[in-house]
Design a protein around this ligand. Structure first.
Ligand code: SF4
Ligand code: SF4
Length: 94
């Protein structure tokens, strides 16, 4: 069976990406360095350095707003809330 690859960048339309504000917050003190956030992020916006997670500084421009990092973090070090209406991403199918 042929492998199907999705190019997320072609599905995502960004609307006023510079007006989203900070919609992900991260508490380094709660991070245990498990790396789960790095595994679930489709856009590779998380990395772990010296035992602590780091979020890409430009995440507002690149994030898919899937909330997977928030969902999977076992220590609640990551908080996520959708950007205000009319900003952020719109996912288009087809
Ligand atoms: S999933 Fe949470 S605890 Fe694990 S590295 Fe990421 S921020 Fe840290
Ligand atoms: S919300 Fe999704 S795309 Fe954005 S940083 Fe978290 S895992 Fe990555």
């Amino acid at each position: 069976m042929e492998e199907m690859k999705l190019d997320f960048t072609k599905l995502v339309k960004r609307v006023d990406a510079d007006k989203t504000g900070d919609f992900i917050s991260y508490d380094e003190g709660k991070c245990n360095g498990c790396g789960l956030c790095t595994m679930v992020c489709s856009f590779n916006l998380w990395s772990v350095k010296e035992g602590k997670a780091r979020l890409a500084p430009r995440y507002q421009e690149l994030c898919l707003e899937c909330a997977a990092c928030w969902e999977i973090c076992p220590t609640e070090a990551i908080d996520f809330s959708y950007p205000a209406g009319g900003t952020g991403v719109v996912i288009e199918y087809g």
